[in-house]
Design a protein around this ligand. Structure first.
Ligand SMILES: [Zn+2]
Length: 316
Protein backbone atom coordinates (compact mmCIF):
# COMPACT_ATOMS: atom_id res chain seq x y z
CA UNK A 1 0.00 0.00 0.00
CA UNK A 2 2.42 2.59 1.16
CA UNK A 3 4.84 2.02 -1.66
CA UNK A 4 2.15 2.39 -4.35
CA UNK A 5 1.12 5.72 -2.90
CA UNK A 6 4.64 7.04 -2.85
CA UNK A 7 5.17 6.15 -6.48
CA UNK A 8 1.91 7.72 -7.60
CA UNK A 9 2.63 10.95 -5.73
CA UNK A 10 6.01 11.22 -7.34
CA UNK A 11 4.46 10.71 -10.76
CA UNK A 12 1.99 13.50 -10.16
CA UNK A 13 4.59 15.93 -9.02
CA UNK A 14 7.02 15.56 -11.80
CA UNK A 15 5.30 14.41 -14.96
CA UNK A 16 1.59 14.90 -15.05
CA UNK A 17 0.26 17.87 -13.13
CA UNK A 18 -2.93 17.54 -15.24
CA UNK A 19 -3.95 14.59 -13.09
CA UNK A 20 -4.24 16.70 -9.97
CA UNK A 21 -7.89 17.84 -10.35
CA UNK A 22 -9.40 14.31 -10.54
CA UNK A 23 -7.48 13.27 -7.45
CA UNK A 24 -8.93 16.17 -5.51
CA UNK A 25 -12.45 14.88 -6.16
CA UNK A 26 -11.75 11.52 -4.50
CA UNK A 27 -11.28 12.46 -0.87
CA UNK A 28 -10.35 8.95 0.23
CA UNK A 29 -6.97 8.96 -1.45
CA UNK A 30 -3.92 10.45 0.10
CA UNK A 31 -3.66 12.92 -2.78
CA UNK A 32 -6.55 14.97 -1.49
CA UNK A 33 -4.62 15.65 1.69
CA UNK A 34 -1.64 17.06 -0.05
CA UNK A 35 -2.40 19.58 -2.76
CA UNK A 36 0.93 20.02 -4.45
CA UNK A 37 2.35 23.30 -5.75
CA UNK A 38 -0.82 25.40 -5.69
CA UNK A 39 -3.20 22.63 -6.76
CA UNK A 40 -2.19 22.54 -10.41
CA UNK A 41 -3.18 26.16 -10.96
CA UNK A 42 0.35 27.41 -11.47
CA UNK A 43 1.41 25.32 -14.37
CA UNK A 44 3.84 28.06 -15.28
CA UNK A 45 7.43 27.70 -14.19
CA UNK A 46 7.78 27.93 -10.46
CA UNK A 47 10.97 29.67 -9.43
CA UNK A 48 12.90 27.96 -6.67
CA UNK A 49 13.62 30.20 -3.72
CA UNK A 50 16.75 32.27 -3.96
CA UNK A 51 16.92 32.22 -7.75
CA UNK A 52 14.67 35.10 -8.63
CA UNK A 53 12.90 38.05 -7.02
CA UNK A 54 9.92 40.11 -8.01
CA UNK A 55 10.31 43.84 -8.45
CA UNK A 56 8.13 45.54 -5.86
CA UNK A 57 7.24 48.36 -8.19
CA UNK A 58 6.66 46.84 -11.65
CA UNK A 59 6.18 43.18 -10.70
CA UNK A 60 8.75 41.82 -13.16
CA UNK A 61 10.45 38.59 -12.11
CA UNK A 62 14.18 39.14 -12.13
CA UNK A 63 16.99 36.66 -11.75
CA UNK A 64 18.90 37.41 -8.58
CA UNK A 65 22.19 37.12 -10.39
CA UNK A 66 21.13 39.68 -12.97
CA UNK A 67 19.77 41.89 -10.17
CA UNK A 68 23.01 41.75 -8.23
CA UNK A 69 25.00 42.62 -11.33
CA UNK A 70 22.72 45.61 -11.73
CA UNK A 71 23.38 46.70 -8.10
CA UNK A 72 19.84 45.68 -7.11
CA UNK A 73 18.19 48.15 -9.42
CA UNK A 74 15.29 46.84 -11.51
CA UNK A 75 16.40 47.00 -15.17
CA UNK A 76 12.80 47.50 -16.28
CA UNK A 77 11.52 50.33 -14.11
CA UNK A 78 14.65 51.60 -12.30
CA UNK A 79 13.32 50.77 -8.84
CA UNK A 80 16.17 50.89 -6.32
CA UNK A 81 15.88 47.88 -4.01
CA UNK A 82 17.72 47.71 -0.69
CA UNK A 83 21.35 46.72 -1.06
CA UNK A 84 23.58 45.33 1.70
CA UNK A 85 26.37 47.41 3.18
CA UNK A 86 29.13 45.12 1.85
CA UNK A 87 27.76 45.15 -1.69
CA UNK A 88 27.42 48.92 -1.50
CA UNK A 89 31.01 49.36 -0.36
CA UNK A 90 32.18 47.11 -3.20
CA UNK A 91 30.20 49.24 -5.65
CA UNK A 92 31.89 52.44 -4.48
CA UNK A 93 35.47 51.80 -3.49
CA UNK A 94 38.43 50.59 -5.49
CA UNK A 95 38.82 46.82 -5.08
CA UNK A 96 40.99 45.78 -2.16
CA UNK A 97 41.37 49.26 -0.67
CA UNK A 98 38.79 49.06 2.12
CA UNK A 99 40.18 48.82 5.64
CA UNK A 100 37.36 48.21 8.04
CA UNK A 101 37.35 49.95 11.41
CA UNK A 102 35.87 48.68 14.68
CA UNK A 103 34.59 45.53 13.03
CA UNK A 104 34.24 43.76 16.37
CA UNK A 105 32.18 46.40 18.13
CA UNK A 106 28.87 44.99 19.35
CA UNK A 107 25.84 46.38 21.15
CA UNK A 108 25.13 45.58 24.78
CA UNK A 109 21.73 45.52 26.41
CA UNK A 110 22.19 48.43 28.81
CA UNK A 111 18.55 48.70 29.77
CA UNK A 112 17.76 44.98 30.06
CA UNK A 113 15.08 45.64 27.45
CA UNK A 114 12.35 43.10 26.90
CA UNK A 115 9.50 43.63 24.48
CA UNK A 116 8.04 40.79 22.43
CA UNK A 117 11.56 39.39 22.56
CA UNK A 118 14.60 40.49 24.53
CA UNK A 119 17.03 42.91 22.91
CA UNK A 120 19.80 40.37 23.42
CA UNK A 121 17.91 37.70 21.46
CA UNK A 122 17.05 40.18 18.71
CA UNK A 123 20.71 41.09 18.36
CA UNK A 124 21.66 37.43 18.13
CA UNK A 125 18.99 36.73 15.51
CA UNK A 126 20.08 39.62 13.32
CA UNK A 127 23.74 38.78 13.66
CA UNK A 128 22.94 35.32 12.35
CA UNK A 129 20.60 36.38 9.56
CA UNK A 130 22.76 39.22 8.22
CA UNK A 131 26.31 38.16 9.06
CA UNK A 132 26.80 41.69 10.42
CA UNK A 133 27.66 42.75 13.97
CA UNK A 134 25.50 45.87 13.86
CA UNK A 135 23.74 48.17 11.41
CA UNK A 136 26.76 50.03 10.04
CA UNK A 137 30.12 49.20 8.47
CA UNK A 138 32.81 51.85 8.61
CA UNK A 139 36.34 52.14 7.31
CA UNK A 140 38.84 53.88 5.07
CA UNK A 141 39.31 53.25 1.39
CA UNK A 142 39.90 54.76 -2.00
CA UNK A 143 37.19 56.27 -4.11
CA UNK A 144 38.85 56.95 -7.44
CA UNK A 145 42.05 58.70 -6.38
CA UNK A 146 40.61 60.04 -3.15
CA UNK A 147 41.16 58.48 0.22
CA UNK A 148 37.86 58.65 2.04
CA UNK A 149 36.33 57.68 5.35
CA UNK A 150 33.21 55.72 4.41
CA UNK A 151 30.33 54.58 6.60
CA UNK A 152 27.52 52.48 5.13
CA UNK A 153 24.37 51.54 7.00
CA UNK A 154 22.56 48.27 6.40
CA UNK A 155 18.78 48.28 6.74
CA UNK A 156 18.65 44.51 7.09
CA UNK A 157 20.14 44.69 10.59
CA UNK A 158 17.30 45.72 12.92
CA UNK A 159 15.91 48.18 10.38
CA UNK A 160 19.23 50.03 10.21
CA UNK A 161 18.41 51.47 13.61
CA UNK A 162 20.93 53.73 15.28
CA UNK A 163 22.04 52.56 18.68
CA UNK A 164 25.24 53.14 20.61
CA UNK A 165 27.33 51.06 18.20
CA UNK A 166 26.13 52.82 15.06
CA UNK A 167 26.69 56.19 16.73
CA UNK A 168 30.11 55.28 18.12
CA UNK A 169 31.38 53.70 14.90
CA UNK A 170 30.30 56.69 12.84
CA UNK A 171 31.76 59.13 15.37
CA UNK A 172 35.10 57.33 15.29
CA UNK A 173 34.95 57.34 11.49
CA UNK A 174 34.33 61.09 11.41
CA UNK A 175 37.13 61.66 13.94
CA UNK A 176 39.50 59.57 11.84
CA UNK A 177 38.52 61.60 8.77
CA UNK A 178 39.21 64.79 10.75
CA UNK A 179 42.64 63.57 11.93
CA UNK A 180 43.70 62.46 8.47
CA UNK A 181 42.09 65.40 6.69
CA UNK A 182 40.11 63.17 4.33
CA UNK A 183 36.48 63.52 3.20
CA UNK A 184 33.80 61.63 5.07
CA UNK A 185 30.94 59.92 3.23
CA UNK A 186 28.04 58.31 5.07
CA UNK A 187 25.41 56.27 3.24
CA UNK A 188 22.27 56.14 5.38
CA UNK A 189 19.44 53.61 5.43
CA UNK A 190 17.60 53.65 8.72
CA UNK A 191 14.34 53.39 10.54
CA UNK A 192 15.71 55.85 13.11
CA UNK A 193 16.98 55.62 16.66
CA UNK A 194 17.06 52.15 18.25
CA UNK A 195 14.20 51.92 20.74
CA UNK A 196 15.90 49.11 22.62
CA UNK A 197 18.56 51.50 23.81
CA UNK A 198 16.25 54.32 24.86
CA UNK A 199 17.94 57.66 25.54
CA UNK A 200 21.36 56.16 24.83
CA UNK A 201 20.40 55.86 21.16
CA UNK A 202 19.11 59.45 21.09
CA UNK A 203 22.44 60.68 22.44
CA UNK A 204 24.09 59.38 19.29
CA UNK A 205 22.42 62.18 17.36
CA UNK A 206 24.32 64.83 19.31
CA UNK A 207 27.53 62.82 19.40
CA UNK A 208 27.76 62.26 15.63
CA UNK A 209 26.83 65.87 14.88
CA UNK A 210 29.41 67.09 17.40
CA UNK A 211 32.11 65.13 15.59
CA UNK A 212 30.89 66.50 12.25
CA UNK A 213 31.19 70.04 13.59
CA UNK A 214 34.91 69.46 14.23
CA UNK A 215 35.26 68.07 10.70
CA UNK A 216 33.55 71.17 9.33
CA UNK A 217 35.89 73.44 11.36
CA UNK A 218 38.78 71.97 9.44
CA UNK A 219 36.96 72.54 6.13
CA UNK A 220 36.93 68.87 5.29
CA UNK A 221 33.93 67.85 3.20
CA UNK A 222 31.20 65.58 4.43
CA UNK A 223 28.86 64.02 1.87
CA UNK A 224 25.66 62.41 3.09
CA UNK A 225 23.98 59.87 0.82
CA UNK A 226 20.36 59.09 1.67
CA UNK A 227 18.87 55.80 0.54
CA UNK A 228 15.50 54.16 0.94
CA UNK A 229 14.42 54.61 3.71
CA UNK A 230 16.16 57.25 5.82
CA UNK A 231 13.99 58.28 8.74
CA UNK A 232 13.78 59.27 12.40
CA UNK A 233 16.82 60.17 14.46
CA UNK A 234 19.18 59.50 11.57
CA UNK A 235 17.39 62.03 9.35
CA UNK A 236 17.37 64.39 12.32
CA UNK A 237 21.13 64.19 12.81
CA UNK A 238 24.09 63.26 10.62
CA UNK A 239 22.09 62.35 7.50
CA UNK A 240 20.87 65.88 6.85
CA UNK A 241 23.87 68.00 7.82
CA UNK A 242 26.08 67.09 4.86
CA UNK A 243 27.95 69.75 2.94
CA UNK A 244 26.33 67.91 0.11
CA UNK A 245 23.22 65.82 0.60
CA UNK A 246 22.40 63.43 -2.19
CA UNK A 247 19.80 60.72 -2.47
CA UNK A 248 18.93 57.71 -4.55
CA UNK A 249 15.87 57.99 -6.82
CA UNK A 250 12.56 57.29 -5.11
CA UNK A 251 14.09 57.02 -1.62
CA UNK A 252 11.67 57.60 1.25
CA UNK A 253 13.17 60.25 3.48
CA UNK A 254 11.48 61.78 6.48
CA UNK A 255 11.42 62.12 10.23
CA UNK A 256 8.08 60.71 11.35
CA UNK A 257 5.98 58.51 9.09
CA UNK A 258 3.29 60.05 6.84
CA UNK A 259 0.41 58.69 8.96
CA UNK A 260 1.74 60.29 12.14
CA UNK A 261 2.21 63.62 10.39
CA UNK A 262 -1.25 63.45 8.85
CA UNK A 263 -2.84 62.70 12.21
CA UNK A 264 -0.86 65.38 14.01
CA UNK A 265 -1.36 68.17 11.49
CA UNK A 266 -4.89 67.08 10.56
CA UNK A 267 -4.19 67.95 6.96
CA UNK A 268 -3.79 66.16 3.66
CA UNK A 269 -0.21 65.56 2.66
CA UNK A 270 0.93 66.71 -0.79
CA UNK A 271 1.54 64.00 -3.41
CA UNK A 272 5.04 62.53 -3.38
CA UNK A 273 5.55 63.77 0.19
CA UNK A 274 8.77 62.40 1.76
CA UNK A 275 10.27 61.12 -1.48
CA UNK A 276 13.76 62.15 -2.58
CA UNK A 277 12.22 63.94 -5.57
CA UNK A 278 9.86 65.98 -3.39
CA UNK A 279 12.67 66.93 -1.01
CA UNK A 280 14.90 67.90 -3.91
CA UNK A 281 12.20 70.28 -5.17
CA UNK A 282 11.92 71.72 -1.68
CA UNK A 283 15.61 72.26 -1.14
CA UNK A 284 16.66 69.63 1.39
CA UNK A 285 18.53 67.51 -1.12
CA UNK A 286 21.17 68.75 -3.53
CA UNK A 287 21.06 65.97 -6.10
CA UNK A 288 19.40 62.68 -6.93
CA UNK A 289 21.89 60.18 -8.21
CA UNK A 290 21.05 56.71 -9.56
CA UNK A 291 23.01 53.90 -7.89
CA UNK A 292 24.94 52.98 -11.00
CA UNK A 293 26.24 56.56 -11.32
CA UNK A 294 26.93 57.05 -7.61
CA UNK A 295 30.65 56.31 -7.66
CA UNK A 296 31.33 58.49 -10.69
CA UNK A 297 29.29 61.35 -9.23
CA UNK A 298 30.93 61.16 -5.81
CA UNK A 299 34.35 61.37 -7.46
CA UNK A 300 33.20 64.37 -9.44
CA UNK A 301 31.92 66.07 -6.29
CA UNK A 302 35.16 65.35 -4.45
CA UNK A 303 37.18 66.79 -7.31
CA UNK A 304 35.11 69.93 -6.97
CA UNK A 305 35.19 70.09 -3.17
CA UNK A 306 38.69 68.87 -2.38
CA UNK A 307 40.31 70.05 -5.54
CA UNK A 308 41.82 68.03 -8.33
CA UNK A 309 45.36 68.78 -7.07
CA UNK A 310 44.77 66.32 -4.23
CA UNK A 311 44.19 63.58 -6.75
CA UNK A 312 47.63 62.54 -7.97
CA UNK A 313 46.45 60.84 -11.16
CA UNK A 314 44.47 63.78 -12.48
CA UNK A 315 45.91 66.03 -15.15
CA UNK A 316 48.09 68.78 -13.73
ZN1 LIG B 1 10.74 47.06 -11.69
Amino acid sequence: MTTTFTKKTLGLETVEPALTPPSATSPETSFAKKPKMGGGKSRKRVMPDGLASKCKRCGTMLFNKELEENLKVCPHCGYHMPIGARARIASLLEPGTFEEMDSEMVSVDILGFTGVATYVSKLEDYKKSTGLKDAVITGLGKLGEFEVALGVMDFSFLGGSMGSVVGEKLTRLIERGTEKGIPVIIVSASGGARMYEGAISLMQMAKTCGALAYLAKRNIPYISVLTDPTTGGVTASYATVGDLIIAEPGAMIGFAGPRVIKDTTQSELPPGFQTAEFLMDHGLIDAIVPRKDMKKQLIEYLEFMVGAEKAPASAA
